[in-house]
Design a protein around this ligand. Sequence first.
Ligand SMILES: [Zn+2]
Length: 565
Amino acid sequence: MVAASIALLVLGAIGAVKAGSAGASYMYDLEQVQPALATVAPAVRDPHTPRLAHRVFLVIIDGLRLDKSYELPFLDELRRRGVDTEATSHYPSWSRPNYVSILTGVPPSASGVRTNHHSTPVAIDSLMDRARAAGLTVATATDYDVLPGLFLRKRTAASAVHPEVARADDPLDDLDIDAMADPLSEAAVRAPDANLESPFNDARYAPWPGGFTEASTALAAGNADLVVLLFGAVDSAGHAHGGESPEYREATEIADRALARALGRVDLTQDAIVVTADHGHTKRGGHGGIEPEVLSVPLILAGAGVKPGTSANDARLIDIAPTVSALLGIPAPGHGLGRTLDDVLALDPADKIARDIADQQRLTMTRGVVAGAEARAATDLLENRAERIALVLGGAAFASVLAALLIRRRVLRLDVRVLLVSVPAFFIVYYALIGTLGQRFSPSLLPALGIIAVSMAKFGIAAMIVQLLASMAALRNQGTLGQRLAAANGIAWTGLMLAMIPAGLAWAFFPPPYVTLPSPVWLVVIPAVQVAVACAAIDVALTLMVEVIIFAARAWQRDTRPLDS
Ligand SMILES: [Zn+2]
């Protein structure tokens, strides 16, 4: 009987480790290092339209939701002089995925950058690549994140200071830009010698709002043709205090003042300013899902080449790269899935048509590549799905046969009353915590930046404690010691089955790699189930350990009592 307990214990431990590691790696599994688009040459089509703006300033205010972007003096002034419209961010509405949407015109589903944990450079054609190919210079200033690192390029012989060491065939797949940011890592130490170059001619990272203003002001006074500014304080305030907090409002005012200082002297008769955001924030703080307050972001355009008072219909973040390309008179990034927002541009009818044709030619190629990859992934998924389902159901059947044997030998007991009290306790508490504290099942459930599974593990631990106490209470009046341990085995077996079958089915239906993104609900449910298995398994182990100790202690007490008297 103790042996059966130990066997269940081991089974639980294996389940916990497997499920736990699946949950922990889940965010990384979502990433696609080599999305289909990165394997084909960009469809660069030059429509030969005139340059509408001498310089373009593309501003990303990280985490600025649409409704909170009004009543800010500088932004409102730009709106008054230009175009006041809005854009839709892309799911998963996290930062890195949507920096990529804005700068390449490729949404997270197709760029492979699905979370903020994407740490290899993105091999997708970008605005910076197009501008530099056209002989323009590109600069960036940020107080926040990894823009230059995210778009690192292999140095080519033509671009290298030392052409003899430049090899364009070096892979970038194993490069970890987050590790590189740590000055003590090996990658960072080797970085100066690495065969890499920034996509920007001038990249400035000043990690405080005042530094952002200084760096942006310097870039505005310079002569880079395309300047990308990324401001982070609004997003930080959203995460810390929520999207409707006074602190968030204050951060939007700081952003507005910083931009007024940096861009106040831009000559809008010659140059253009485009302001947008990568995503918004929920009331509680957080983003990643498809809530309107998370997906709706401002899109403000003003200056040379912009047709004041117009509006863009159904603009998406992926439309910004082709639109900025049109302002600069260069081809749009060639992997893009967006279109030029030509309604807001001062383009001649013939030039409008030329841009539309170039967009169509590009979209024919890029949409085809993406659709092909998704179709292949769907086929692969279906091909092995029956096998995976059979494996899961077979495993469950085997476990049931084993349980039946154990029941006959009275090692395992399925006492309905005991099970009713103890087993559901974990699941009720766990999912109720995610559902209430996490507001619905959405990737926006986390206010803080981080890994979904880690936060769920906290809910799991709370649920474990409740179930452990419930089990102890339910087992209290269980007749003999042997009966009590058998009932504990019953709790353990049922709990493991209830956790592992859904986890197995989740794996059968949604195995990595996630070429096609899981829907927002599944994006949360998959790690929720994995974490539930890990916690339930640990819980089983704890319950059994306590029971085995009680069993051993009482048995020892009973054996030793005659000697004492
Ligand atoms: Zn962001």
